[in-house]
Write a protein that binds this ligand. Structure first.
Ligand SMILES: Nc1ncnc2c1ncn2[C@@H]1O[C@H](COP(=O)(O)OP(=O)(O)OP(=O)(O)O)[C@@H](O)[C@H]1O
Ligand SMILES: [Mg+2]
Length: 359
């Protein structure tokens, strides 16, 4: 195994914009690490159906399942359910069963993962925190949801805490000191005014929501800083997955700059789905090829060259030997052997990279 991140990491986080191949990369990296003898769990979110089937995790479950492989690898996977992860968290930090009930029945809470952007990202990090102390695994490969931007993912814990600490609602519910002034006259007037703008139900649900979470922010806060801490360990690696076209390369560079703001760095770049290299030793003068062959070959060669020009811009993020280029395969990735196929490219990438970038 020649891929550094697979040898040295305890956690690998796969990042990238929508559809670039994060889930595929996470599965392939996990597979190859397990093949090299590591005890791996792939934490994935919303994988394509065939991939989920291949990994045997078609059902959402919050506990890891061992993947059935012919070679008995110690490879596990879990398809994260952000809602029930959040439920578990509430149960952990709530001070009473009554508080749990109150939160579970609140309409704002029930729609929280849709209402509060970044919740899915936060829950992925939360699950990571939990699995990091699971003795069955020595490597966790985390797939992330298609974040609209890097901040969503990295800021998720802070955003959630900020939300729970919302000063405006804190004011409305008058926090713990409220023994002395449960709901003041001024607060009642304020509530009445707001209720004219948004529905009274929304306001009372919101007030109830923040009331229900009363006293839990400390637990969430401590947890979030533990998660941040885990992310900044040397044994945590960030794999940035990109496409080969200008827009995804732009996004990858932006992503890396955001990671940098959080003092995190990209350990590996995987540029997925490059037009394959078809070779250049076709003697079209001497050999009779089918009509259009030369034009098609020229077209594909040009396409690939243009893609390589884009990918060379990624050298500002990582050096050549931590940049892997994966060819576009003529099929979807939806079986263990196809995951392995991508994995082999990743692990034996040197030659791929060499002939990709300096043909
Ligand atoms: N190298 C490749 N060649 C051919 N198909 C690929 C390759 N890599 C990924 N795919 C296919 O592309 C699709 C998207 O891949 P994947 O689901 O891994 O992306 P993602 O970044 O996780 O997407 P999302 O942001 O929606 O979670 C899948 O159908 C997958 O099988
Ligand atoms: Mg995905």
């Amino acid at each position: 195994m020649s891929l550094n991140v697979l040898e040295s990491s305890k956690v690998i986080v796969c990042l990238g914009t929508g559809g670039v191949g994060k889930t595929t990369a996470a599965a392939a990296l996990g597979y190859m690490a397990a093949k090299a003898g590591r005890h791996v769990c792939v934490v994935t979110i919303d994988p394509a159906k065939r991939l989920a089937d291949a990994m045997g995790i078609a059902e959402i479950a919050n506990t890891p399942k061992k993947i059935q492989t012919s070679s008995e690898l110690d490879l596990w996977a879990v398809m994260l359910d952000p809602n029930s992860t959040f439920d578990e968290l509430v149960q952990k930090f709530a001070t009473s069963e009554k508080q749990v009930e109150k939160i579970f029945h609140n309409s704002i809470y029930q729609n929280l993962t849709e209402n509060l952007s970044g919740t899915q990202e936060y829950m992925a990090m939360e699950k990571l925190h939990e699995l990091a102390s699971d003795p069955r695994f020595d490597l966790l490969v985390v797939d992330t949801p298609p974040a609209r931007n890097a901040i969503d993912f990295l800021n998720a814990p802070n955003r959630l805490i900020g939300f729970l600490e919302n000063r405006f609602f804190r004011l409305l519910i008058s926090p713990s000191q409220s023994v002395f002034r449960p709901v003041t006259f001024a607060t009642r007037m304020l509530l009445r005014t707001i209720s004219k703008v948004v529905s009274a139900q929304v306001v009372s649900d919101a007030v109830e929501f923040f009331q229900a979470f009363e006293g839990m922010e400390a637990g969430f806060k401590a947890r979030a800083s533990e998660v941040q801490n885990l992310l900044s360990q040397d044994s945590t690696s960030f794999v940035l997955v990109t496409g080969t076209h200008k827009d995804t390369v732009d996004e990858a560079i932006y992503f890396a700059s955001k990671l940098d703001e959080f003092k995190l760095q990209v350990n590996l770049i995987i540029s997925n789905r490059i037009t394959p290299y078809f070779g250049d030793d076709f003697d079209t003068e001497q050999v009779l090829y089918p009509a259009g062959f030369r034009e098609n070959l020229e077209y594909l060669t040009k396409l690939r060259s243009a893609e390589l020009v884009q990918l060379s811009r990624l050298s500002v993020i990582a050096s050549g030997d931590s940049h892997i280029v994966v060819p576009l395969l003529p099929h979807d990735i939806g079986s263990l052997s196809e995951i392995q196929e991508i994995g082999e490219v990743l692990v034996n990438s040197r030659s791929t990279y060499d002939n990709s970038v300096s043909p």
